[in-house]
Structure formats: C-alpha cells, structure tokens
Ligand binder design. Structure first.
Ligand code: GDP
Length: 139
C-alpha cells in the first residue's frame, strides 16, 4: 500500500458540536498519523475557492455559507492508503447511506452538515493540502 497524505477537515458543525476529539481519536485509532493541524474560520470567498469544483451545483451557495459559518479544523493525515482509509472512516456523503460505525452515520444530521471533509484522490489531496498548509507547517 502506498504511503499517502490526505486533507481532512472537521466542518463547522463538528467543531460546534464538540466532536473534534472524537473525530481525531478515530483517525489515530485507524493508524493515520497527524502531520499538520490548525483551526481557522474560512471567509465566504475562501470557502468558495476551496469548493470551486462544485460551483455549478445547486447547493454551492448554501454549502459555502455553511463552511464559512464557524471555525473548522484542517489536518494533514498520513498513512498507508490514507485517502481511502479516511474516506472509509467518514462514510458516504449522505449520512443516510453511510455505513454503520462511520463518522457521518454516527453524527451527521444533514447531507450538507456532515461533520467531515476528506480528499478523494491523490491529485485533489495535493491541491487541498496546499490550500491550507505551507511547507513550514508540515512535519
Ligand atoms: P464528499 O467528498 O463526500 O464531501 O462529497 P462531495 O464532494 O460530493 O460534496 C462536497 C460537500 O457538499 C459534501 O460533503 C456536503 O457537505 C455537500 N453536499 C453534497 N451533496 C449535497 C446536496 O445534495 N445538498 C447539499 N445541501 N449539500 C451537499
């Protein structure tokens, strides 16, 4: 299995609901190493830039308002097959379709406010990591 890095975010709903420790605990128990971490509050424009790939989708305005509604935690996770391992921990985008025991199945209450983000491919992971972290911030 390749050692990969992936970008994770604990979204504003996860931070507001006090789930930072719960989510990070799941990452660590799954063997993912935290290589960088920060809390920040995205502006609307920053959220729109991060989710630019979705700009034609009907939920783009709502999603970017939600993502800029409060602080988030951004992390670089590293490990064997880290991108898929993280996606498996998160569960499906729609919490109603997420496998039991996943973060979204256990905690999400809406398709939009679904607790976590995780990169979906090597190329997007590189872009998303660079969006949040400069070289000095990565260990
Ligand atoms: P992800 O990779 O599982 O996060 O899913 P996507 O990349 O497809 O979507 C990005 C984010 O947009 C999701 O995590 C949700 O927060 C939000 N989203 C996706 N689909 C919908 C939808 O149908 N309605 C709304 N309101 N938000 C959505």
């Amino acid at each position: 299995m390749p050692i990969e890095q992936t970008l994770s975010m604990i979204k504003p709903d996860g931070v507001k609901r006090g789930l930072i420790g719960e989510v990070i605990g799941r990452f660590e128990k799954a063997g993912l190493k935290i290589r960088a971490m920060k809390m920040l509050h995205l502006s609307l424009n920053q959220a729109r830039a991060f989710y630019a790939v979705h700009k034609e989708r009907p939920f783009f305005d709502s999603l970017t308002q939600f993502m800029s509604s409060g602080p988030i935690v951004a992390l670089i996770l590293e490990g064997d097959n880290a991108i898929q391992v993280n996606r498996d921990l998160m569960g499906a985008t729609d919490y109603r379709k997420a496998a039991p025991g996943t973060i979204r199945a256990d905690f999400a209450k809406e398709i939009e406010a679904n607790i976590v983000h995780g990169s979906d491919a090597v190329e997007t992971a590189q872009v998303e990591i660079a969006f949040f972290f400069n070289a000095l911030e990565r260990v």
